[in-house]
Unconditional design. Structure first.
Lengths: 140, 372
């Protein structure tokens, strides 16, 4: 940890945190299991169950990262990481504006992605690539 | 010359050298597993209806392994805290506990889960008539006596009753009969059938019987003796196999399940959908009735291909972690602790960061591979 703590903090505060996080992780696992056991997918739809299950998994992951991996106290590293991650998110956003707007993969009848790839169709049309080539007769 | 920031943190990043290194490594690991997770999701949503065989997993085993990894994550932090408190014995105690938990995870994975799958077979048929003949033989057996066997018959009747059910677009021949291969027949030079017994397919025989059987009608056009793919029927000259049907993998296709997804396979925990052994009712299926025999190995289906890739890579990480932790329990590590306790404590922290990452991966693997 970047921020040094004294022995008392490790002995009392941090150890208590470890047991709490352990409890949260066990409870999260039980909840995830129960979601399936209670038939949430059957009652409310598969998507609901997946969102619910993965939200619990994300909460579990967050507690591991923040407490077990001590990111809570590595504040300088946390700031650097978040800055780097935000640049990646910005990059993805910019790419989505350019590439993403051209991609349509949900046009098939069965709603499955990737069946019909319409990537670049729009751009193709705009620059005239979808038209047959015109052969100019040689000039006399 | 002394290397700076080996034990102390750099003022600008707040991290010592090793910690920067492990975070960079973990970033590359995120990309590696991220690519595989993405592949899984795309294959899942792009799969034809009814062809995603995740219902064959035992979610109880998955949940058990999750709890084991969580426990190991807690013990490895406690080991590091012990070093911070200058308590070597406490460190040893928690570190050994972590190694034990990690080993338990691998024993469950490689000693039970995988081999149980590799000895459990699916059989599909050349046409609907062949399938109906075999299913009728399974259902009409009249020696179902004890409670388990009666329950077994109920499940089978619900799943394979070919008269009163609408199975949608899936043909009867593609409904897999699952179980354990306990014997086979060949023909000798006089044209007589010879019976061969196959050893137990459960217990200690797990790995020795893994991948023992493979057959696919599509291999018949191959010119070589074994074909490009190994084919047990051709190698042994098999004319019939003896199989002990297990729980029945087919979904009941009740309305509630149909509304969720057109699953070809039953959900785990739905009846006997675990790797329980056969029920002692071996039936004989002629080779000419069979289109494919495959254990739940990577070649079985897209789901299992991705499942073994993801869990195999994860298990290798667990194995690597165990080796490092064992090194940290050896006398050479004790000597390092005595000569430079701060640096050794940092090493344990780094190992812990890696281990938590391994735990994180499993936290997401469990729901996507076992539950949803």
């Amino acid at each position: 940890m970047a921020d040094e703590h004294n022995a008392e903090w490790y002995e009392n505060t941090f150890k208590r945190m470890i047991y709490w996080v352990g409890g949260v992780l066990i409870a999260g696992t039980a909840i995830t299991y129960a979601i399936d056991k209670w038939g949430v997918a059957e009652k409310f739809g598969l998507l609901t169950a997946v969102i619910f299950g993965l939200t619990v998994a994300t909460i579990k992951a967050a507690t591991v990262i923040v407490i077990f991996m001590h990111l809570k106290w590595d504040w300088k590293f946390k700031t650097i990481s978040l800055t780097l991650i935000s640049t990646v998110l910005f990059f993805i956003g910019m790419m989505w504006l350019t590439v993403g707007s051209e991609v349509k993969t949900y046009e098939s009848n069965d709603g499955k992605p990737g069946r019909i790839d319409n990537t670049w169709k729009h751009g193709e049309h705009a620059i005239g690539l979808n038209k047959p080539a015109e052969i100019q007769p040689p000039k006399e | 010359m002394e290397i700076p920031y080996n034990s102390t943190a750099r003022p600008d990043t707040g991290l010592y050298n090793g910690k920067v290194g492990i975070w960079l490594f973990l970033a590359s690991e995120v990309m590696l597993f991220g690519a595989l997770f993405s592949a899984y999701v795309l294959l899942r949503v792009g799969a034809e209806p009814g062809n995603w065989s995740m219902g064959l997993m035992s979610k109880e085993v998955g949940a058990f392994n999750t709890l084991i990894l969580i426990a190991s994550s807690a013990t490895i932090v406690l080991a590091w805290v012990s070093l911070k408190l200058k308590d070597w014995n406490g460190y040893r105690k928690w570190k050994i506990a972590t190694v034990v938990f990690a080993s338990m995870f691998l024993i469950v994975k490689w000693g039970y889960e995988w081999p149980a799958k590799f000895t459990h077979y699916d059989v599909t048929f050349v046409n609907d008539k062949a399938a109906e003949t075999v299913f009728a033989e399974v259902l009409n057996k009249d020696d179902y006596n004890d409670e388990c066997q009666k329950h077994h018959k109920e499940i089978w009747s619900a799943r394979y009753n070919i008269d009163g059910k609408d199975w949608g677009s899936v043909d009867t021949k593609d409904k897999p009969l699952d179980g354990y291969i306990v014997g086979y027949y060949t023909k000798n030079e006089n044209g007589e059938r010879e019976h061969h017994k196959v050893g137990q397919t459960f217990g200690i025989y797990f790995w020795s019987h893994a991948f023992a059987w493979r057959h696919d009608k599509r291999n018949e056009g191959r010119t070589t003796a074994t074909g490009a793919k190994r084919d047990t029927f051709r190698e042994k000259g098999v004319v019939a196999v003896e199989i002990e049907p297990a729980h029945g993998t087919w979904d009941n296709h009740t309305d509630k399940h149909a509304s969720v997804t057109d699953r070809r396979y039953a959900k785990a925990g739905d009846g006997h959908a675990t790797d329980a052994g056969g029920h002692g009712h071996a039936i004989t299926i002629e080779a000419e009735q069979i289109s494919r025999v495959s254990s739940y190995e990577p070649a079985h289906s897209t789901f299992f291909a991705v499942y073994y890739t993801l869990t195999g890579l994860h298990a290798l990480h667990v194995f690597g972690g165990i080796l490092v932790m064992l090194y940290h329990l050896m006398p050479i590590s004790r000597r390092m602790y005595e000569s430079d306790p701060d640096r050794f404590t940092n090493r344990i922290e780094i190992t812990g960061l890696f281990w938590h990452f391994v735990d994180l991966v499993w936290i997401f693997l469990f729901p996507i591979l076992y539950l949803f």
